[in-house]
Design a protein around this ligand. Sequence first.
Ligand SMILES: Cc1cc2nc3c(=O)[nH]c(=O)nc-3n(C[C@H](O)[C@H](O)[C@H](O)COP(=O)(O)OP(=O)(O)OC[C@H]3O[C@@H](n4cnc5c(N)ncnc54)[C@H](O)[C@@H]3O)c2cc1C
Length: 471
Amino acid sequence: MNSATPLLVNDLHSQLNPTRVTRILAPSGSAEIAAAIDAASAASAQLSISGSRHAMGGQQFGTDTWLLDLRRHATIRHFDTERGLVTADAGIEWPALIAGCAALQLPTASPMWGIRQKQTGADRLTLGGALAANIHGRGLRLPPIVGDVEAFTLVGPDGLARSCSRSVHSDLFRLGIGGYGLFGVISEVTLRLTPRVPVERQVEILTLDELVRVPTERDTTDWLYGDFQYSIDERSPDFLQRGVFSAYRRCAEPLPSHDPTQRQLDDSDWEELLWLAHTDRAKVWDVYSSFYLSTQGQRYWSDTHQLSVYPDNYHVALDRRLGSPCPCSEMISELYVPRPALREFMGRAADLLRSGATPVIYGTIRLIERDSETLLAWAREPWACIIFNLHCEHTPTGLARAAGAFRALIDLALAFGGSYYLTYHRWATRTQVEAAHPRFREFLAEKQARDPAERFTSDWYRHHRDLFAAT
Ligand SMILES: Cc1cc2nc3c(=O)[nH]c(=O)nc-3n(C[C@H](O)[C@H](O)[C@H](O)COP(=O)(O)OP(=O)(O)OC[C@H]3O[C@@H](n4cnc5c(N)ncnc54)[C@H](O)[C@@H]3O)c2cc1C
């Protein structure tokens, strides 16, 4: 699919990045990717690269660029059942990768391999997007996805494909993961899998102090995954202080092939929860926590339990039902703080957000281990990761309010020696970017040295380049 007319594209969740691109190219296969880069060079055109369009600060789009939409480039190329390595095109989305890995193994295989981690809260995101942001899931003791990557192929601004691993082109390995598509197209990825095991969900209401003690107090080999959804009711003393912790512990019992008593939330349940989160935040906490408590003991596979429901475009129906005078959506931010500081950070975040001017619609806390490999590593320490989904009105006042709230949260995280995730909005000030990502200037210098013509660009990159160029 190629288009020659100017087109408007946007991100999926916040819908706050409408961007006009001049062409959309949807290559499939390495030869078509290289040909697209060559064609752009010949036309002196700049390229932006998109996967499934979940980033929220214009990382995947560049105004007046040719957009390379990678989603058609999505085949599993190789499966090494001895070593547990799968090689797939970077445009593949998680459901296809997970199902493809299962289909390529005998049901009696031992071990049966599965993915170690993916994003939570949405499934239809690409492997290329996962590497480019260096994503994380809900592992209780995992570093970001760089730890799961054996190798990848990067097609650079010169149109040449290079294999990148810890031993070959290791400089590009460190830049491409977490590189937001600025060093070339990640065309194939070899992912390290892990033996797929049955896990049992354990649900408890915890305080923040109890949460940070989980990795040290519980059997580290069996408690594999978990996240903590905190109370979003700004009128309650529990606001941002208590949460429902759903953890997944390895279990010995095999899974039944079908369990009719298994309870799960579908699209319409999520839509109802999202409605309540906008209209009655005390009730949504009761409904959500009671639901999760009622699923105590349910069993899953360690890979497929990470799949979740995301109702596409849910805010359009919500705006109609709310009678909203303007379009609205949620903007996400993820803040990082040292784990011992979590309670104090959340207490001060509660003070900031208690007025309800930018309501918290959804929020979770997860844990991350250190990434010592990528250049722009965000997981610089074993941090607590706090995700805020704030309601955002698409008006100048609404956007200014949301940007102000997120800047205040970033300042708060910085005051505790923490940081924030670059994959969401681009509302941080230069001082905040520099403090949270001390190697950002070096990252920009690497970009400028390796791609002086800026063949690969994005509005997110242009914004940061200009921010750092300003005196
Ligand atoms: C509802 C929701 C839930 C989320 N949950 C999580 C979570 O749990 N954990 C987490 O870490 N993140 C999470 N994210 C953020 C998300 O993982 C990242 O934004 C991710 O990069 C999006 O992948 P994508 O396929 O949608 O890529 P896009 O948004 O299309 O692109 C993101 C970046 O990847 C680059 N890119 C994409 N494909 C390639 C490629 N083949 N080669 C080179 N560069 C490429 C783009 O240029 C861009 O810089 C969430 C986002 C949303 C909206």
